[in-house]
Write a protein that binds this ligand. Structure first.
Ligand code: FAD
Ligand code: SF4
Length: 443
């Protein structure tokens, strides 16, 4: 590849051995490429499809041209591995006699469970939803990640000996004390699900919904479930406004188009990001630039510097969003650019469906976290040591619950790190690989 010193593997939060597997593919040694890929990444079939690929941002080529299509190579290796039957269950040859409970079955919980099971511990994954997979299954739309891809991996893990307990809300259906009594270690991977609220007048009108209520309902319908028509949230024939310019908003956009929306607006409170890197954001840092997903290419109107002031409606249903345009002044005493309303810029726009996709603040603090009395950081996430142990001995936390809402690749990295910490805690040493924390990415 002639890149001299590669940077891509340092841009990847998993420290994936990208130059190695690219070269093995080039030489036609696909099975060896798969082994190199699995050495650091438990689920390349997920990241090869939905990772924003910080590795590509730090590829040497991307200094002045398109990077190597690393994510696509990763997907091709993983898909070939499944097609050829190279990816098989890998149960441990010996059991340690130690029992570990993993709470939450998103990518962090699944990665921790796979690592711990392969180290010989008996692992049970508790999941409050009816499906295993966390946001992979119920959050991320099918048009981005086919659920068969998730189920195929869950089935392999079950064959390896991991026990899955869906419909089991720890702290509600199962007391936390049972887990503390019955298991030698606990790994909390419950995600970051407390959404940022919109506190404006009339935000409780019908037709205004949190994005996750909308997305999870659509995923359940596509999985074959039926929904009571009076609870159905559909964009069909409607004027839709999405508040929030991030990934969740773009998933709502793609879903609304698929449901047959008349028109879809996506409003963001912050300014439009630049098309190119600024001088203060050089390669190989994660580029802070405008990003467009496939959903954006399909249509919709994106607009920036908009703050929602209130809603109005008729017969209990939203009909209008009232907003104002913003401008951003020099940093205030907190160091953040000061937000100011542009005088006389108030406007209103008709809407039948409003989806709130303004991000997530932190994990849910009630239930199991309150019962365990764990320390939280300033942002409300669970505090952990480098080994991912919480303030309570033997209780670990990983993924969005410890890091805040992030990415699948980071959740896998954190799950691996927690498994390494738990294995050392139980055995005094660990045979698992914690992966390598990335130093260069700001992603
Ligand atoms: C709409 C949306 C789209 C996204 N798209 C992408 C993308 O394209 N690419 C990307 O890299 N990232 C994406 N992300 C982010 C990514 O999905 C998350 O960062 C990742 O899933 C976090 O993994 P996790 O395992 O920490 O938590 P989660 O995936 O949130 O899983 C946590 C699980 O814990 C369960 N749980 C919580 N509390 C309990 C309890 N008390 N008992 C039992 N179970 C419990 C929950 O039900 C859930 O299933 C997206 C996020 C959202 C919301
Ligand atoms: S997991 Fe993401 S960052 Fe890492 S190699 Fe794959 S696409 Fe790149």
């Amino acid at each position: 590849m002639n890149c001299a010193v590669p940077f891509c593997h340092r841009g990847c939060p998993l420290g994936n051995l990208i130059p190695e597997w690219n070269d093995l593919v080039y030489r036609g040694r696909w099975e060896s490429a798969l082994a190199a890929l699995h050495a650091t990444n438990n689920f390349p079939e997920f990241t090869g499809r939905i990772c924003p690929a910080p590795c590509e941002a730090s590829c040497v080529l991307s200094i002045n041209r398109d990077p190597v299509a690393i994510e696509y190579v990763e997907k091709a290796i993983a898909d070939r591995g499944f097609e050829e039957g190279w990816i098989k269950p890998q149960p441990p040859t010996q059991r340690t006699g130690k029992r570990v409970a993993v709470v939450g079955s998103g990518p962090a919980g699944l990665a921790a469970a796979q690592q711990l099971n392969r180290a010989g511990h008996s692992v049970t994954v508790f999941e409050r939803d009816e499906y295993i997979g966390g946001l992979l299954t119920l959050g991320i739309p099918d048009f981005k990640l086919d659920k068969q891809v998730v189920q195929r991996r869950v089935d392999l893990m079950a064959e390896e000996g991991i026990k899955f307990r869906p419909n089991c809300n720890v702290g509600v259906d199962v007391p936390v004390s049972d887990l503390l009594n019955d298991y030698d270690a606990i790994c909390l991977c419950g995600g970051s699900t407390h959404a940022r609220p919109l506190e404006v007048p009339e935000a409780d009108l019908g037709g205004i919904h949190p994005a996750m209520e909308y997305l999870t309902q659509q995923n359940r319908i596509l999985a074959g479930q039926s929904v009571d028509p009076k609870n159905r949230i559909s964009a069909e024939g409607k004027r839709v406004i999405i508040l929030g310019g991030g990934d969740t908003g773009s998933d709502c956009l793609g879903t609304a188009h698929r449901q047959g929306a008349e028109v879809v607006y996506q409003f963001e409170i912050l300014p439009e990001p630049p098309q190119e890197r600024s001088d203060a954001n050089p390669w190989p840092q994660w580029p802070l630039i405008l990003r467009s997903s496939h959903a954006h290419e399909e249509g919709g109107v994106r607009d920036y510097n908009i703050s929602t002031k209130r809603f109005s409606g008729a017969n209990g249903l939203v009909t209008t969003l009232h907003a104002v345009r913003l401008q951003w002044g020099p940093p205030d005493s907190t160091g953040r650019p000061a937000m100011q309303e542009v005088p006389d810029s108030e406007f209103e726009i008709e809407a039948d469906l409003v989806l709130l996709a303004m991000g997530f603040l932190h994990p849910e603090h009630g239930g199991m976290l309150a019962e365990l009395g764990l320390d939280l950081d300033a942002r409300g996430n669970v505090t952990t040591t480098e080994a991912k142990m919480t303030s309570r001995s033997g209780v670990f936390a990983a993924g969005d619950m410890a890091r805040g809402q992030s990415l699948v690749v980071w959740a896998i990295a954190e799950g691996r790190q927690a498994a390494y910490g738990i294995d050392k805690y139980l055995m005094g040493a660990s045979s698992t690989s914690p992966g390598r924390p990335a130093r260069l990415t700001g992603c």
